[in-house]
Design a protein. Sequence first.
Length: 202
Amino acid sequence: MARYEKPDDDELRRRLTPLQYQVTQGEGTEPAFENEYWDEHRDGIYVDVVSGAPLFSSRDKYDSGTGWPSFTRPLQSDAVETRRDFKLVLPRTEARSVASGAHLGHVFSDGPQPTGQRYCMNSAALRFVPRERMRRRGLRRPAEPVRRADGRGGDRRMTLPGGGGARRARTTACCETTPVAGRAQRRDEPKKGTSPAGTGLV
């Protein structure tokens, strides 16, 4: 049996909030600056809210200025898969969890070095595990290979990246065609901007 699995739909509806379900299963998007992790700066990792599979490290998280948590790369390359998304006029690159198939957000090629990538994710698709709680969840040691939602297995093991995440301000937005409602997590967020015409939206 795979370590990280997608529960059946009935269990998902019981376990997830309406926002989490809409984002991960319905490819929705939470509001910018009104989500849980856009301004989270603690050390730790971000796991798939559906399966619990490790996805991103805080060391690769940076301030993109979009109001969504943004990362330069996944925690391990086979934890996140991408596919082309043609919902808007311009094609985009969608990011999904390999373990559960959950929609996470989109990937853009305008991020900082060393990768040049911006993984613009939905907080509702993630669960943050602070560094001090990683041991009790068995996440300080290498994890077994991530199993894909379609049953195929990866061959890489989890290691925490050693480099510090770059921080760079951005003004372009990152949202879906139909954002879903969410509550404000913080009151001290910067003023929201508007997206330039033709900007790829996550």
